[in-house]
Design a protein around this ligand. Structure first.
Ligand SMILES: [Mn+2]
Length: 324
């Protein structure tokens, strides 16, 4: 069996839960923009599960073709919690099983799908893994996390989840991720996995440097706080949140530049704003693509379109938040 998953805490926990049932499954990390080309690299395995990978608009039919090519004689499984692209078909053909909901993270969905095949001992550990994932994706108000944090010391659960997500923010090599997933699947807690605490502490130091940078270099375009060229990679989402905190803006936007392309992460705390839908439309207008949740989303744009993009997001955000 092959598991393709996101390389963050939620993705890693999703894969670890599945690997508890399928210890020989091979795990590969991927992301939304690489999914299609990664799928093309594989040949027919005996099982395929994709976890925590958002679907890009306009790509489902190609992804579906690849899944169909790969899943001869078994049903491919797609588990995700990101908003579906607007062009996602209402009626699906057979052979691909999709588990999608937005009120829990991928590892919680994985838990709901796979835990009834587990004995009680396994199920208890799988629930802990799902809770680590939930804490890192801020969905701990739904099961099994919502139940577990009242039964096991929640400070310890948050600490373990924090160690895992911090370490994964800076360690990107696939070999290391595979080791973490194997250890987690065997029941080893994040703090007990060799070197993970060291990486987490290193990541925290970098994160605090990013926060100081955000304090100094955040500027405002109306209701949007903008910060660019962070000193370290892996903290785009957190910088966007922190830029709201330091500026008092309604929306935070952190920008990373690479090869004439800008990668943007945007956040808001204003419930009146559907940022995911604003960003999806605006990115399209400027020749890029983007989207995501109503409070947390991202975009990829041509570098020279950034300022126009931000100005348009500001005018749409100001309209929705009533600050115009
Ligand atoms: Mn996730």
């Amino acid at each position: 069996m092959i598991i393709l998953t996101h390389g963050d805490c939620d993705g890693v926990c999703s894969a670890a839960i599945i690997k508890m049932l399928y210890p020989r499954a091979e795990v590969y990390s991927t992301n939304p923009s690489r999914l299609l080309s990664d799928l093309k690299k594989f040949n027919v395995p005996d099982g395929l599960v994709i976890c925590d990978i958002a679907l890009n608009e306009g790509e489902w039919s190609s992804v579906e073709d690849e899944l169909r090519r790969l899943s001869q004689g078994f049903e491919a499984v797609y588990i995700d919690h990101h908003p579906l692209p607007i062009d996602f078909p209402r009626k699906l053909k057979l052979e691909i099983k999709i588990y999608h909901r937005e009120d829990m993270c991928a590892s919680q969905i994985v838990y709901t799908v796979y835990s009834n095949r587990m004995d009680e001992h396994m199920r208890k550990w799988a629930a802990v893994l799902a809770t680590y994932g939930a804490i890192s994706d801020y969905t701990e108000d739904t099961p099994p996390a919502s139940e577990l944090i009242n039964m096991i010391d929640k400070r310890v659960l948050y600490l373990e989840s924090g160690i895992l997500s911090e370490a994964l923010a800076v360690k990107h090599d696939d070999g290391f991720k595979k080791t973490i997933i194997e250890e987690l699947a065997k029941g080893v807690k994040p703090s007990q996995i060799p070197k993970l605490v060291d990486y987490a502490v290193k990541a925290l130091k970098l994160e605090y440097e990013v926060y100081s940078y955000v304090e100094e270099y955040t500027r405002r375009v109306g209701n949007v706080a903008v910060v660019m060229n962070l000193p370290h990679k892996g903290f785009l989402g957190k910088a966007a949140i922190y830029s709201i905190y330091v500026s008092g803006a309604s929306v935070g936007c952190a920008v990373a530049l690479k090869d004439k392309t800008a990668e943007l992460s945007l956040r808001t705390r204003d419930p009146a704003i559907n940022l995911g839908s604003i960003v999806r439309q605006t990115a399209k207008t400027f020749g890029g693509r983007g989207g995501g949740h109503s409070k947390a989303c991202g975009a990829e744009l041509p570098e020279d379109a950034i300022e126009d993009f931000i100005r348009m997001v500001n005018s749409l955000v100001s309209r929705d938040s009533g600050n115009l």
